[in-house]
Design a protein around this ligand. Structure first.
Ligand code: FE2
Length: 330
């Protein structure tokens, strides 16, 4: 079976193709909306970008996979969470392809797609999941449940999460405060790596929940009054330590031996090293997948779409929907 997945939740319009027979990603093409200098994503502008680049990105994904639409069995799209206007473009493209080529359609949760592709690549099948993206930062576990008919199914449970800002947005916001040309978390990470010095900053954690607003306000006041590398390193390390402490509690509570980090911020090697160091203290191990799959992409939607399709959860193109706030544990 060949599944074409469409990702359009935020800045990326991505199209990927997964072949279940080969258990292989055949293509993973992207068009990226770059935010104007000093600004965050403008949803309407990002959706215009997606609409303009959709056709070309789908064609490129098919060409790379050496397939045509007639070879595709299932179309999957991210129905949420994400920016409303951006979600609408992916939903419209997927339902159009489903109707025109008479192929099955499945709606995928963006967070679930990040988790499934990370499990697929790391081969960690029973982990504590540390999902770190722009708007979301959550500590998750997958649990076996039973329905009224006694049939078992798996469900994601959020054990802890950010009470205010997602890690990715926190870094992007701080980068814009520093007037970086390209306000992005990777810019903060590069500056942080210039030093190994660290200064204590506000640290907020309650059980397995955590918050970053106090850290952001404090660090913002320090701009221009503190060495920039020291400021960025202290800011980044403090935020990552909060996530590590919450993850450690989850690891202990559920007696797991594996941690998976996934989502855009999992491209930061400092976070993975920190999680792995903590995991090893408890006889466990932390891994992540390739950057290509941690950044938003269509391949993860295609793979999660395959998993969803084989459980029978397809929808009619006339009923295609989006939900900006669709939680992974809903
Ligand atoms: Fe994402």
């Amino acid at each position: 079976m060949k599944v074409l997945g469409i990702e359009s939740t935020a800045h990326t319009f991505g199209v990927g193709i997964y072949d279940s027979k080969l258990d292989k990603i055949l293509s993973n093409e992207k068009a990226y909306y770059k935010t104007p200098a000093g600004q965050g994503i403008i949803p309407r502008k990002a959706s215009e970008h997606h609409a303009q680049n959709a056709n070309e990105t789908i064609r490129r994904a098919l060409k790379t996979a050496k397939l045509s639409m007639k070879d595709i069995d299932v179309v999957a799209y991210c129905a949420g969470p994400g920016l409303g206007p951006c979600l609408q473009i992916g939903c419209a493209c997927a339902s159009f392809l489903s109707a025109k080529f008479d192929i099955a359609l499945v709606a995928i949760n963006h967070c679930q797609a990040h988790i499934e592709i990370a499990k697929w690549q790391t081969k960690f099948l029973d982990p504590i999941i540390v999902y770190v993206s722009g708007a979301n930062t959550q500590i998750i576990v997958e649990q076996e449940c039973e329905n009224k008919n006694g049939e078992s199914f798996k469900k994601f449970r959020v054990l802890g999460e950010t009470l205010d800002i997602g890690l990715g947005n926190l870094f992007d916001m701080f980068s814009r405060e520093l007037k970086d040309e390209f306000g992005h978390g990777s810019t903060i990470a590069k500056k942080a790596l210039r030093t190994d010095k660290y200064e204590l900053m506000p640290y907020t954690i309650k059980g397995m929940n955590f918050a970053f607003s106090g850290l952001f306000s404090y660090a913002k006041k320090k701009i221009g009054r503190m060495d920039e590398a020291l400021l960025c390193n202290s800011f980044m390390q403090t935020a990552f330590c909060e996530v590590c402490e919450a993850s450690e509690r989850a690891l202990m509570l559920y007696e797991k031996k594996q941690i998976i980090a996934c989502g855009g911020v999992a491209q930061n090697k400092v976070l993975i090293q920190k999680l792995d160091m903590m995991a090893k203290m408890h006889g466990a191990e932390a891994l992540t997948c390739d950057d290509e799959f941690n950044a938003d992409n269509g391949a993860m939607v295609a793979y999660a779409g395959y998993l969803q399709y084989i459980t029978g959860k397809k929808i009619d193109y006339k009923d295609a929907w989006t939900d900006q706030k669709w939680r992974v544990d809903a």
